[in-house]
Design a protein around this ligand. Structure first.
Ligand SMILES: NC(=O)C1=CN([C@@H]2O[C@H](COP(=O)(O)OP(=O)(O)OC[C@H]3O[C@@H](n4cnc5c(N)ncnc54)[C@H](O)[C@@H]3O)[C@@H](O)[C@H]2O)C=CC1
Ligand SMILES: O=C(O)[C@@H]1CCC=N1
Length: 269
């Protein structure tokens, strides 16, 4: 399947809309992308930097698209769906990335034949390293799911999950980059405290996170086993690990994912 045959429209060009647009253009430079937003400076920036077609009229974006990505806040999704309902004909595939909002709530606002897919990507789409999960609505076809998986796999990795797990995905990988950025900053702070310059500290910290992630993904080994490979008896690492465990690192990260998932469920109500 060639995504370049498809025209993709974005409703909303905020942080995530822009991230997806940049990622898609990076992976498929000749694809046609349309975008609309109410905030004209964001549109002008995308038009100037990426040369995509922009408009303040969502209907114009939809008319020019085979796939319509809804990249607007969950809180305004319902209102916008009511306004675009009659522009969303059954020949278009709708992809919502709104946190928490169930497929049924989206389908309820659209005509009964609307083909809808829900996706939870993350901000690393910008650099084609997003972790995404999709689930399909009642009229979405197998091919629609393949198209969505193709798009989001071109932006990193993507899996299909039952919709009931989308809140867990949101708490984990949707929000997850924001848990790791402070980790990188704080690790760098530690090295700055010890005398390393800031730029080197951030580079080393970020590459450390990247390398650790890559080892988990590429070796298939359990993270605990990988941790043990770094941890020499009476060495340096176990001192660091001991301190992290005393600070409750595992509960802290588990609770972050659980709380974020809970918020995702709240947004869906
Ligand atoms: N920021 C992130 O890392 C992620 C966000 N999401 C989801 O993506 C969606 C967008 O989030 P962000 O990009 O962070 O928010 P944002 O606030 O940066 O972007 C939303 C955009 O929608 C525009 N907008 C508002 N009313 C509009 C209208 N009537 N027509 C067209 N555009 C309109 C705003 O001007 C803004 O540019 C949300 O539903 C969020 O749950 C999902 C995964 C990750
Ligand atoms: O914070 C949020 O609500 C959005 C959804 C996932 C990441 N950012």
């Amino acid at each position: 399947m060639h995504l370049t045959d498809k025209k993709i429209g974005f409703i909303g060009t905020g942080k995530m809309g822009e991230s997806l647009i940049r990622g898609i253009l990076g992976a498929h430079s000749d694809i046609s992308i349309y975008a609309s937003d109410v905030y004209e400076p964001a549109l002008e920036k995308l038009n100037n930097e990426l040369g995509i077609s922009v408009s303040t009229d969502n209907a114009h974006t939809i008319a020019n698209s085979d796939i319509v990505v809804l990249a607007i806040k969950p809180q305004i999704l319902k209102d916008i769906l009511a306004r675009i309902k009659d522009n969303i004909t059954s020949d278009k595939l709708v992809i919502s990335i709104a946190a928490g909002v169930p497929l049924a709530a989206i389908e309820d606002e659209l005509n009964s034949d609307a083909r809808v897919i829900r996706v939870m990507p993350n901000i690393a789409a910008t650099v084609a390293e997003a972790a995404s999960a999709i689930c399909t609505g009642s009229n979405a076809t197998k091919e629609d799911a393949e198209v969505a998986l193709d798009i989001f796999r071109s932006l990193g990795s993507a899996i299909e999950v039952p919709e009931k797990l989308m809140d867990a995905v949101t708490g984990l990988s949707g929000s997850g980059p924001a848990y790791i950025f402070p980790v990188i900053e704080a690790m760098a702070d530690g090295a700055v405290y010890e005398g390393l310059d800031r730029a080197s500290a951030i580079t080393l910290a970020a590459q450390t996170v990247l390398g650790a992630a890559k080892m988990v993904l590429e070796t298939g080994m359990h993270p605990g086993e990988l941790k043990d490979m770094v941890t020499s008896p009476a060495g340096t690492t176990i001192r660091g690990i001991h301190t992290l465990e005393e600070s409750g690192i595992r509960a802290a990260f588990m609770n972050a994912v659980i709380e974020s998932s809970t918020r995702s469920k709240e947004l869906g109500k």
